[in-house]
Design a protein around this ligand. Structure first.
Ligand code: PLP
Length: 375
């Protein structure tokens, strides 16, 4: 691993939750796949080799999730998989957690939002109450790991509660895959979302994992691809990259786990040097790579820009495609006041991170915090 990562001018990349740099083995697999000319739906030899590549990738993604290949449906992104899960069962109402990613919240804008506890986990008693009061059995959407705090959610327990009330459970596992062991059967969920670019694969390809026999209504209609659940000629390069990233993710889970001591040292030394700073979600179980740091009085956006000038890339709040930063709805749901929710940054480590990464981040962030305190 290199402390710099594949960065512009030696910049340090600490924004793996936004997107991970493509892993070299993934890039190699994608470059090789560029020579495949066939459409996977064609019956001739070219089509058959393209189909084989899709099948191999499907098997690799299935292995990552602990399911059969037939349960994997490729989509154009994690966002699309979340939309298909939430909008593909029109007879069900939807219940979401208040800390979900925008792609879940916006797919069900009228859905009641389940509150979070102060530690960043979802309130299971509130789920139980909401389900008991529901007129019909809904579909519940709860993420496995939060993208801002890294807090791991009690999905298996939520599934048990949901099923006891006849509800379905969808789990957005985009930020958990490749960071902690993942098992769709162990979660007991009915649907699960994955995205390739959070685990060393390319952006623009995701997957929805489906329990056996579950058939969402297609959002994108046309040809018979993906069992008519997602029409459109397959994104062969993206799917091959996803497969390679899934294989890599399984092989390198111990490396992902080894990020926890790095992240913990980062937090420990940051808090020791800047006592007014706080870690959000630090009391709950988290994925090993994520740290949400609040520096009271300094807007997250200001911190991101200051760090960028020092050659360190992190993000603030929920990064939107427009580049605008809003106060974090996740921290607000955890009961943090507006000032704290607006002064958080997310530092997310990954396969390019090492001890030197942490040292360089700490030097830049501590200097910035001390400058802000003097200003
Ligand atoms: N779900 C979570 C938790 C995410 O963090 C993201 C991306 O940031 C998504 C879904 C969306 O995935 P994609 O970028 O593939 O659309």
């Amino acid at each position: 691993m290199s402390g710099n990562g594949p960065a512009p001018g030696g910049h340090l990349y600490l924004d793996h939750n936004a997107t991970t740099p493509l892993k070299p083995a993934v890039k190699a697999a994608m470059v090789q796949a560029m020579d495949l000319v066939g459409n996977p739906s064609s019956v001739h030899a070219f089509g058959r080799s393209a189909r084989r590549a899709v099948d191999e990738a499907r098997a690799a993604v299935a292995a990552l999730a602990g399911v059969r290949p037939a349960q994997v449906l490729f989509t154009g992104s994690g966002t699309e998989a979340n939309n298909l899960a939430l909008r593909g069962f029109t007879t069900r109402t939807v219940l979401v957690s208040a800390i979900e990613h925008e792609s879940v919240l916006a797919a069900a804008p009228d859905a009641p939002r389940l509150p979070a506890c102060r530690d960043g986990t979802i309130d299971l008693a509130a789920l139980e109450r909401a389900l008991a009061a529901a007129a019909s059995a809904p579909l519940v959407s709860l993420m496995l790991a939060n993208n801002e705090t890294g807090v791991i959610q009690p999905v298996a327990e939520a599934t048990r509660i949901a099923h006891a009330h006849g509800a379905l459970l969808h789990c957005d596992a985009v930020q958990a895959a490749g960071r902690i062991p993942l098992s769709f059967p162990a979660l007991g969920a009915d649907l699960m979302t994955l995205s390739a670019h959070k685990l060393g694969g390319p952006a623009g390809v995701g997957a929805l994992i489906l329990a056996e026999g579950l058939e969402p209504e297609a959002l994108i209609r046309g040809g018979g691809q993906e069992r008519r659940k997602r029409a459109g000629t397959e994104n062969l390069l993206g799917i091959v990259g996803f497969g390679a990233a899934a294989r890599q993710a399984l092989d390198t889970l111990p490396d992902a786990a080894a990020l926890a001591p790095l992240r913990d040292r980062l937090e420990c030394e940051a808090l020791a040097a800047v006592p007014q700073a706080r870690v959000m979600g630090g009391l709950a179980a988290r994925v090993p790579n994520t740290s949400c740091l609040v520096l009271p009085g300094v807007p997250g956006e200001t911190q991101v820009m200051g760090l960028d000038l020092a050659g360190v890339a992190v993000s603030a709040g929920s990064a939107c495609s427009s580049g605008k930063v809003k106060p974090s709805h996740v921290l607000a749901a955890m009961g943090e006041d507006a000032a704290a929710a607006a002064s958080a940054i997310r530092v997310s480590l990954g396969w390019t991170s090492d001890d030197e990464t942490v040292d360089r981040f700490l030097a830049a962030w501590i200097a910035m915090a001390r400058r802000s305190a003097r200003a």
